[in-house]
Design a protein around this ligand. Structure first.
Ligand SMILES: [Zn+2]
Length: 132
């Protein structure tokens, strides 16, 4: 399994992964529920859809919209077992260990925190340009 720093370096070189950002609706959801609760949902999604040795519909199990965690999963290559293998060095065909699940959650958290910070910047820009 690769370190998160290595994974994020590889992600930053991928134009495809860089296209994913939270839309206003998902930002609002994250703000309303708070990161802790959203990460609890992430734990459940990962346990149910990603952790089994052969997840159902593997490769297509993660929607593109509707929940901030889904977007985070695509952005961080935690969307399916193929992407987990390619970017995170986590082999397919085996049930994810609790350590590997923690790693996935940590990747999602890191990305969501960065998006949250970016969203707040945008909000601040809006206010400062309104004043100017
Ligand atoms: Zn994938």
């Amino acid at each position: 399994m690769r370190s998160l720093d290595d994974v994020f370096r590889a992600l930053s070189r991928s134009a495809f992964r860089g296209k994913f950002h939270l839309r206003a609706q998902e930002q609002a959801y994250l703000q309303d529920r708070g990161l802790d609760q959203v990460l609890e949902h992430a734990r459940r999604f990962v346990a149910e859809r990603l952790a089994p040795a052969s997840p159902r519909n593997d490769g297509k199990q993660t929607p593109y919209l509707g929940h901030p965690v889904f977007v985070a999963q695509h952005a961080t290559a935690c969307c399916c077992r193929g992407c987990l293998e390619k970017f995170h060095g986590i082999p397919r065909g085996l049930t994810l260990t609790s350590e590997q699940q923690d790693h996935v959650i940590a990747a999602l958290e890191r990305w969501l925190r960065a998006e949250e910070a970016q969203g707040m910047h945008k909000e601040a820009d809006k206010w400062s340009s309104r004043k100017g």
